[in-house]
Write a protein that binds this ligand. Structure first.
Ligand code: FE
Ligand code: FE
Length: 164
Protein backbone atom coordinates (compact mmCIF):
# COMPACT_ATOMS: atom_id res chain seq x y z
CA UNK A 1 0.00 0.00 0.00
CA UNK A 2 1.46 3.40 -0.89
CA UNK A 3 2.23 5.43 2.18
CA UNK A 4 -0.11 8.21 1.12
CA UNK A 5 -3.09 5.83 1.10
CA UNK A 6 -2.30 4.49 4.53
CA UNK A 7 -2.14 8.06 5.90
CA UNK A 8 -5.57 8.61 4.43
CA UNK A 9 -6.90 5.42 5.99
CA UNK A 10 -5.31 6.37 9.33
CA UNK A 11 -7.11 9.70 9.29
CA UNK A 12 -10.37 8.01 8.34
CA UNK A 13 -10.06 5.64 11.30
CA UNK A 14 -9.22 8.50 13.68
CA UNK A 15 -12.29 10.44 12.55
CA UNK A 16 -14.46 7.38 13.01
CA UNK A 17 -13.14 6.91 16.54
CA UNK A 18 -13.66 10.57 17.34
CA UNK A 19 -17.28 10.41 16.23
CA UNK A 20 -17.74 7.14 18.15
CA UNK A 21 -16.41 8.63 21.39
CA UNK A 22 -18.53 11.75 21.03
CA UNK A 23 -21.67 9.68 20.56
CA UNK A 24 -20.75 7.51 23.52
CA UNK A 25 -20.28 10.61 25.68
CA UNK A 26 -23.95 11.39 25.15
CA UNK A 27 -25.12 7.83 25.78
CA UNK A 28 -23.15 7.01 28.95
CA UNK A 29 -24.94 9.44 31.32
CA UNK A 30 -28.29 7.99 30.21
CA UNK A 31 -27.03 4.47 30.86
CA UNK A 32 -25.65 5.50 34.27
CA UNK A 33 -28.99 7.00 35.17
CA UNK A 34 -30.83 3.79 34.24
CA UNK A 35 -28.40 1.45 36.02
CA UNK A 36 -29.84 -0.10 39.16
CA UNK A 37 -26.66 -1.67 40.55
CA UNK A 38 -24.53 1.08 42.10
CA UNK A 39 -21.34 -0.65 40.86
CA UNK A 40 -22.67 -0.51 37.31
CA UNK A 41 -23.66 3.13 37.64
CA UNK A 42 -20.16 3.91 38.91
CA UNK A 43 -18.60 1.96 36.06
CA UNK A 44 -20.59 3.98 33.50
CA UNK A 45 -19.80 7.26 35.26
CA UNK A 46 -16.10 6.48 35.43
CA UNK A 47 -16.07 5.42 31.80
CA UNK A 48 -17.68 8.73 30.90
CA UNK A 49 -14.77 10.55 32.56
CA UNK A 50 -12.28 8.25 30.81
CA UNK A 51 -14.06 8.87 27.50
CA UNK A 52 -13.55 12.63 27.88
CA UNK A 53 -9.82 12.00 28.21
CA UNK A 54 -9.94 9.71 25.19
CA UNK A 55 -11.51 12.50 23.14
CA UNK A 56 -8.74 14.84 24.33
CA UNK A 57 -6.12 12.34 23.18
CA UNK A 58 -7.69 12.26 19.72
CA UNK A 59 -7.81 16.07 19.73
CA UNK A 60 -4.07 16.12 20.38
CA UNK A 61 -3.47 13.75 17.49
CA UNK A 62 -5.58 15.82 15.08
CA UNK A 63 -3.73 18.94 16.19
CA UNK A 64 -0.39 17.25 15.60
CA UNK A 65 -1.53 16.24 12.11
CA UNK A 66 -2.60 19.84 11.49
CA UNK A 67 -6.18 18.83 10.83
CA UNK A 68 -9.58 18.63 12.47
CA UNK A 69 -11.94 15.74 13.19
CA UNK A 70 -14.63 17.20 10.91
CA UNK A 71 -18.07 15.64 10.85
CA UNK A 72 -17.48 12.12 9.57
CA UNK A 73 -20.14 10.09 11.38
CA UNK A 74 -19.46 6.69 12.93
CA UNK A 75 -22.45 4.60 11.87
CA UNK A 76 -21.28 1.61 13.86
CA UNK A 77 -21.53 3.49 17.15
CA UNK A 78 -24.84 4.97 16.08
CA UNK A 79 -26.19 1.44 15.69
CA UNK A 80 -24.66 0.21 18.94
CA UNK A 81 -26.12 3.13 20.90
CA UNK A 82 -29.51 2.54 19.26
CA UNK A 83 -29.39 -1.12 20.28
CA UNK A 84 -28.53 -0.06 23.83
CA UNK A 85 -31.52 2.26 23.93
CA UNK A 86 -33.68 -0.52 22.55
CA UNK A 87 -32.84 -2.97 25.35
CA UNK A 88 -33.14 -0.24 27.98
CA UNK A 89 -36.76 0.13 26.90
CA UNK A 90 -37.48 -3.53 26.23
CA UNK A 91 -36.49 -4.94 29.65
CA UNK A 92 -38.39 -3.62 32.62
CA UNK A 93 -36.96 -5.82 35.34
CA UNK A 94 -34.10 -3.72 36.67
CA UNK A 95 -31.63 -6.60 37.16
CA UNK A 96 -32.26 -8.01 33.71
CA UNK A 97 -32.03 -4.51 32.26
CA UNK A 98 -28.65 -4.04 33.95
CA UNK A 99 -27.47 -7.32 32.41
CA UNK A 100 -28.74 -6.14 29.02
CA UNK A 101 -26.97 -2.79 29.37
CA UNK A 102 -23.72 -4.59 30.17
CA UNK A 103 -24.14 -6.70 27.02
CA UNK A 104 -24.71 -3.52 25.00
CA UNK A 105 -21.79 -1.70 26.62
CA UNK A 106 -19.44 -4.62 25.96
CA UNK A 107 -20.34 -4.49 22.26
CA UNK A 108 -19.33 -0.83 22.34
CA UNK A 109 -16.00 -1.62 23.99
CA UNK A 110 -15.21 -4.39 21.51
CA UNK A 111 -15.99 -2.07 18.62
CA UNK A 112 -13.68 0.58 20.05
CA UNK A 113 -10.96 -1.98 20.78
CA UNK A 114 -10.99 -3.02 17.09
CA UNK A 115 -10.79 0.60 15.95
CA UNK A 116 -8.05 1.68 18.35
CA UNK A 117 -6.01 -1.46 17.69
CA UNK A 118 -5.99 -0.77 13.95
CA UNK A 119 -5.31 2.97 14.39
CA UNK A 120 -2.43 2.24 16.80
CA UNK A 121 -0.89 -0.18 14.31
CA UNK A 122 -1.17 2.34 11.44
CA UNK A 123 0.35 5.05 13.67
CA UNK A 124 3.37 2.84 14.29
CA UNK A 125 3.74 1.97 10.61
CA UNK A 126 3.58 5.65 9.67
CA UNK A 127 6.15 6.63 12.27
CA UNK A 128 3.71 8.51 14.51
CA UNK A 129 5.20 6.99 17.64
CA UNK A 130 3.64 9.50 20.02
CA UNK A 131 0.19 8.91 18.51
CA UNK A 132 0.67 5.18 18.90
CA UNK A 133 1.37 5.67 22.60
CA UNK A 134 -1.75 7.77 23.09
CA UNK A 135 -3.90 5.29 21.16
CA UNK A 136 -2.43 2.41 23.16
CA UNK A 137 -3.37 4.17 26.41
CA UNK A 138 -6.97 4.40 25.25
CA UNK A 139 -6.88 0.83 23.96
CA UNK A 140 -5.75 -0.34 27.41
CA UNK A 141 -8.57 1.62 29.08
CA UNK A 142 -11.19 0.11 26.78
CA UNK A 143 -9.81 -3.35 27.50
CA UNK A 144 -9.97 -2.76 31.26
CA UNK A 145 -13.51 -1.45 30.97
CA UNK A 146 -14.50 -4.58 29.07
CA UNK A 147 -12.94 -6.80 31.75
CA UNK A 148 -14.60 -4.81 34.52
CA UNK A 149 -17.99 -5.27 32.85
CA UNK A 150 -17.39 -9.00 32.47
CA UNK A 151 -16.55 -9.34 36.16
CA UNK A 152 -19.55 -7.27 37.19
CA UNK A 153 -21.87 -9.36 35.02
CA UNK A 154 -20.48 -12.72 36.06
CA UNK A 155 -20.09 -12.00 39.79
CA UNK A 156 -23.15 -9.87 40.46
CA UNK A 157 -25.57 -8.70 37.82
CA UNK A 158 -26.28 -11.92 35.91
CA UNK A 159 -26.79 -13.75 39.21
CA UNK A 160 -29.31 -11.15 40.34
CA UNK A 161 -31.02 -11.37 36.96
CA UNK A 162 -31.36 -15.16 37.48
CA UNK A 163 -33.30 -14.63 40.72
CA UNK A 164 -36.16 -12.93 38.93
FE1 FE B 1 -13.65 5.11 24.29
FE1 FE C 1 -15.07 2.99 25.62
Amino acid sequence: MPRESLEKLYLHELKDLYSAERQLLEALPKMAKKAEHPELRTAFEEHERATRKQVERLDRIFKDLGTEPGNQACKGMKGLVAEGEEVMKAFHDTDVRDAAMIAAAQRVEHYEIAGYGCARTYANLLGHTQHAELLQQTLDEEGKTDQRLTALAENVVNLDAMKV
